[in-house]
Design a protein around this ligand. Structure first.
Ligand code: ACO
Length: 290
């Protein structure tokens, strides 16, 4: 864990929640871990809230270029917490159920569109709701020994929380159906063969392989990386022509990322008082010397 400043901790959280997620920044890589090993890292509302806080704290740090999501102990994540996420929130009523869904879906979504490249490092069990963060990460590497399963059917629900969508996105139709309808587990090697993860390596080599891939990403232009990862996710649902158009515009937006025209517009109104934005446009021929 990083050293905490006495006055302003990096991640302010209630005591009962802060240990559910562990993280440290080493060599420009944020190594984040589900940290409920005794509960096989299943996702409780407390963990979901804390994960959002940790993602918030790391996203725009200058010393973070890549985020890796791993799991402490024998699991990556045993999915949603059947007691705290399902049974207890259901007992508390619909409002509590919806709130816990917002909290989990919220950080999955945040991770899908994260500013920095993300890598899932799947060290062990990955079930059900765990497919949300798995898909949210741009790349995924698994231990050959890891086990993946859409176990929802085994306890009587459908693969929700995005899991059905993820299976249909990442797997062939027949594999998605089989995986979801039987609840049968596959190991890391099969997960790689099926396209659920990029690659599987022996557990003992997993962290080194992930560090190697992260190092490759750290050498790339970060603006281009963000534009690229968003492009790959966005174009999946576009027609060819829409994708072509989107990509032209996304590239141009990325090119002008440092465009300071807006700043000049604000300067002429606030500092120079030479125009009023409500009444007309700023003088684009002038450039701030500062
Ligand atoms: N929800 C709540 N508690 C869980 C979960 C879970 N998803 N997974 C594990 N735990 C708890 C166990 O209840 C146990 O708690 P206890 O020590 O207080 O009794 C502890 O974690 C350890 O679990 P074990 O079952 O003893 O661990 P083991 O290593 O033998 O088995 C395994 C691991 C296979 C992951 C097993 O725990 C399991 O099947 N978990 C549920 C997996 C699952 O189907 N998740 C739901 C997916 S569907 C969805 O997410 C929507």
């Amino acid at each position: 864990m990083p050293a905490k400043k006495a006055t302003k901790p990096a991640v302010a959280a209630p005591d009962a929640e802060k240990d559910t997620v562990a993280y440290e920044v080493r060599g420009r890589i944020a190594w984040v871990k589900f940290n409920r090993p005794d509960k096989r890292n299943c996702m409780s509302p407390a963990l979901n809230r804390q994960m959002m806080r940790v993602l918030d704290a790391l996203e725009y740090r200058d010393d973070v270029g890549v985020l890796v999501l791993g799991g402490e102990g024998s699991a990556w994540s045993a999915g949603m917490d059947l007691k705290e996420y399902f049974r207890e929130t259901e007992a508390a009523g619909l409002g509590a159920v919806r709130q816990s869904q917002r909290e989990s879906y919220g950080w999955f979504r945040r991770l899908r569109w994260y500013q920095k490249p993300t890598i899932a490092m799947v060290n062990g069990w990955c079930f059900g709701g765990g497919y949300g963060p798995l898909f949210a990460c741009d790349l995924a590497f698994a231990a050959e020994e890891a086990k993946f399963g859409l176990s929802e059917i085994n306890w009587g629900i459908l693969p929700g929380g995005g899991a059905s969508k993820i299976a249909a996105e990442l797997l062939s139709f027949r594999r998605a159906m089989y995986h979801a309808m039987t609840g049968e587990m596959i190991d890391g090697r099969t997960a790689a063969e099926w396209g659920l993860v990029n690659e599987a390596v022996p557990l003992a080599k997993l962290e080194a392989r992930v560090a190697e891939v992260a190092a490759m990403l750290l050498e790339k232009n970060p603006v281009a990386l963000k534009a690229t990862k968003d492009a790959i996710r966005r174009v999946r649902e576009m027609t060819y022509d829409n994708a072509e158009d989107y990509l032209v515009r996304a590239q141009e937006a990325a090119n002008s990322f440092d465009n300071d025209g807006r700043k000049e517009g604000i300067r002429q109104f606030i500092d120079e008082k030479s125009y009023k934005p409500g009444l007309g446009a700023y003088d684009a021929s002038k450039r701030s010397s500062g």
